[in-house]
Ligand binder design. Structure first.
Ligand code: GDP
Ligand code: MG
Length: 175
């Protein structure tokens, strides 16, 4: 019997430019914070094979850049056959949090509503002292949109200085 085909699980990572989408996907796939990142041009694509209950699953992470020109031509392709959506904001950047409704709406327009698992990620919690978005406000938003909230840091996922809340919900747990 031929070996079973590896199932593919496509996750798209969405949010304003600079919130840390590339660093989060890099952290998940490479196990570390990148030494240097360049602004994503087009799509950053990474994958990692994980094993769940003895079955190998290929997790594909798609991280786009926000450029309008690119988005118009690529967006249909990007949203096709998606299994889960990760919305990312930067806890030190209130504007990136305010952008979330627009990102959620774009997803909805591509037929990715509540039937597709969606999660909300507040990144850069290593900079908690500079936070502009409180956990309470983010949690209310997550609840209103029926999404779980994970606060983390691509840079230092285990060492968030938030008194321990969600410390175990590190990057591995998100994807
Ligand atoms: P993207 O545009 O959403 O893909 O963002 P990038 O992953 O390129 O990150 C943008 C900038 O934020 C870079 O300078 C990263 O080094 C920085 N960055 C990303 N994640 C974190 C984090 O968790 N903590 C801190 N302090 N900086 C981060
Ligand atoms: Mg990027």
């Amino acid at each position: 019997m031929p070996p079973p085909r590896t199932r593919i699980f496509k996750i798209i990572v969405i949010g304003d430019s600079g919130v840390g989408k590339t660093c989060l996907t890099y952290r998940f796939c490479a196990g570390k914070f990148p030494d240097k990142t360049e602004a994503t041009i087009g799509v950053d694509f990474r994958e990692k094979v994980i094993e769940i209950d003895g079955e190998k699953i290929k997790v594909q992470l798609w991280d786009t850049a926000g450029q309008e020109r690119f988005r118009k031509s690529m967006v249909q392709h990007y949203y096709r056959n998606v299994h889960a959506v990760v919305f990312v904001y930067d806890v030190t950047n209130a504007a990136s949090f305010r952008s979330l409704p627009a990102w959620i709406e774009e997803c909805r327009q591509h037929a990715l509503g509540q039937e597709v698992p969606r999660i909300l990620v507040g990144n850069k919690c290593d900079l908690r002292h500079a936070a502009q978005v409180s956990t309470d406000v983010a949690q209310q938003f997550a609840d209103a949109h029926s999404m779980p909230l994970f606060e983390t840091s691509a840079k230092n996922p285990y060492g968030n200085d938030d008194g321990g809340r969600n410390n175990s919900d590190h990057v591995e747990a998100i994807f």
